[in-house]
Design a protein around this ligand. Structure first.
Ligand code: SF4
Ligand code: SF4
Length: 372
């Protein structure tokens, strides 16, 4: 008998199994084009010709050389600002959420099935095609009603842009994980509503705070934060703001509450669509109101991400990195802000995470901006 050792398995408790026969899928290579690499190549070629300086042109030439093998590999020829094909993962298969929505690619309405999506045999491919076809039918129905596909199924509110104040910084068009936003010749975002998954990541990215939804906006959450009662310094009772992702962390806390679990009473919870929708101004608002600590709990990120909107928690982490520098300059401890990644099998940890963070904040001096 053979012993097969498993790595990166979805079943962590099984690390090896005995087998009489092992059939290996060999020679199966993805034939998807890398849409984002093609876009980067085209941008580099343009800069190599029209760059503002010789240094910029030289750098662009190097990038173009490295990516030259993507030249002419387009298959789908999509009209997307972020590239003409599907974004791909490490092994060049189309990117998708491997746990919750394996068939959905990052281009709404395009569903990958069979060996296009992952190595598999004909029987699995047939089953896969059924799953993708059902998803496509749901998508057509949702589009007919103007609704989002899941995880916000049924939602009708697309983002609105107050473009008079847009500075064409392109953060929203670059950070939207679904390529929803194209740009006009000046770099102003152009919304394609049927591609939108309503995640709010563009709202979190916009430094001008001019993106909002009918029922979710920077002002609405700012008002919620401003309405939190903050104890005075002499009450020796810190106040903690917890921004929880509505897809995983918030339902986990809800389930814990239903099971009778408690957590530190200093914590006030505000659910958010995705940590990627967190606009940095909320952090500034909370600190300037005297809130002592802010914890953000979202989905795991990285190559094997579990974020329902692909890069939301990773983007939040990058943005918070910039805030930490500001905190240092203001002489506020960087420990006052913490982002926690929650894996899908760690649901029960949310009350513990809140308790641990409250304990750490309890050891710090009160926020010196209290009362201002
Ligand atoms: S809400 Fe999400 S999917 Fe829609 S435009 Fe903004 S970032 Fe893109
Ligand atoms: S992030 Fe805001 S300011 Fe920047 S391009 Fe988008 S809408 Fe305009």
């Amino acid at each position: 008998r053979l012993t097969v050792r498993l790595e990166e398995s979805l079943v962590p408790e099984v690390d090896a199994m005995e087998a009489d026969l092992v059939v290996l899928a060999v020679g199966m290579v993805p034939n998807a084009a890398d849409g984002e690499a093609i876009r980067t190549l085209h941008d580099a070629q343009h800069r190599a010709e029209h760059g503002e300086s010789e240094v910029q042109k030289e750098e662009a030439r190097k990038i173009a050389e490295e990516l030259a093998h993507h030249q002419g590999t387009e298959i789908l020829n999509l009209d997307y600002r972020q590239g003409p094909d599907l974004p791909v993962l490490r092994y060049n298969f189309p990117d998708s959420h491997y746990i919750c929505f394996p068939y959905e690619t990052r281009r709404t309405g395009i569903y990958a099935a069979g060996a296009v999506r992952a190595p598999m045999d004909p029987g699995q491919a047939v089953e896969d095609a059924w799953g993708a076809a059902i998803k496509a039918v749901q998508c057509i129905e949702a589009a007919r009603r103007g609704e989002a596909v899941h995880p916000r199924s049924g939602d009708l509110g697309v983002p609105e842009f107050f473009l008079q104040r847009c500075t064409q910084c392109k953060r929203c068009t670059e950070e939207c994980p679904f390529g929803t936003l194209n740009e006009d010749a000046d770099g102003t975002p152009q919304l394609n509503p049927l591609r939108c998954r309503h995640c709010g990541i563009c709202m979190g990215a916009c430094p001008e705070r001019i993106i909002s939804f009918p029922d979710y906006s920077v002002d609405a959450v700012s008002s919620m934060i401003k309405a939190i009662e903050v104890p005075e310094e002499d009450e020796e009772k810190p106040r903690i703001l917890a921004l929880l992702c509505e897809n995983d962390a918030y339902p986990a806390l809800d389930a814990a509450a239903q099971l009778g679990k408690g957590w530190n009473p200093w914590v006030r919870v505000v659910p958010v669509r995705c940590l990627g929708s967190v606009n940095i101004v909320w952090i500034a608002d909370a600190l300037s109101r005297g809130i002592d600590g802010i914890v953000l709990i979202g989905c795991k990120y990285g190559d094997d991400y579990q974020c329902h909107y692909i890069r939301g928690s990773e983007l939040a982490n990058t943005r918070l990195g910039n805030v930490q520098e500001t905190l240092d300059r203001l002489a506020l401890e960087s420990d006052r802000i913490r982002l926690v990644e929650l894996a899908h099998d760690e649901f029960q940890r949310v009350p513990e995470i809140l308790d641990e963070f409250a304990e750490a904040i309890g050891e710090l001096e009160p926020n010196p901006y209290k009362g201002f």
